[in-house]
Design a binder for this molecule. Structure first.
Ligand SMILES: [Zn+2]
Ligand SMILES: [Zn+2]
Length: 139
């Protein structure tokens, strides 16, 4: 079933709502952890969508700000749907589970950084991921 929200999101970003684009966008909107292009291909490849198409699609989506790329130190860039609210990730070093967290206080950090900087006048973007140990791995 094709949800109208995926179609609407794609159209709003200037994309034609093709089957591969809808599949990529819907997968990422229904998953709660960031996925690499390979992860995405593994999950939707059965419907005849090839790897190159997945790579091109996530890159185009990122440029259009539909997706955000995340680096969780796994050797591959991961992608997630960009939402209006800023959030980051807590990652378990042992088992790899990922949890979102919000409230990074970026305005304050950016202000401090700019105050101390000799060569910067503005900050437009930021990334922050926290690595640690989850409850089940602590037991
Ligand atoms: Zn864990
Ligand atoms: Zn933030």
């Amino acid at each position: 079933m094709i949800s109208t929200t995926a179609r609407d999101a794609l159209k709003a970003a200037g994309f034609r709502a093709t089957k591969p684009r809808i599949a990529v966008y819907e997968l990422l909107s229904s998953t709660h952890t960031p996925l690499s292009a390979d992860d995405i291909h593994k999950r939707i490849g059965r419907s005849g969508i090839d790897r190159v198409t997945v790579y091109r699609t996530v890159e185009a989506f990122e440029q259009a700000k539909l997706l955000k790329s995340v680096d969780l130190k796994r050797g591959a860039v991961l992608y997630e749907v960009k939402d209006a609210n800023d959030h980051h990730h807590l990652v378990c070093r042992q088992c790899g589970i990922v949890e979102d967290f919000a409230g990074c206080d970026i305005d304050k950090i950016a202000q401090n950084a700019l105050k101390r900087s000799k060569s910067f006048t503005s900050v437009s973007d930021h990334s922050l991921e926290l690595f640690g140990t989850c409850t089940s791995c602590t037991r």
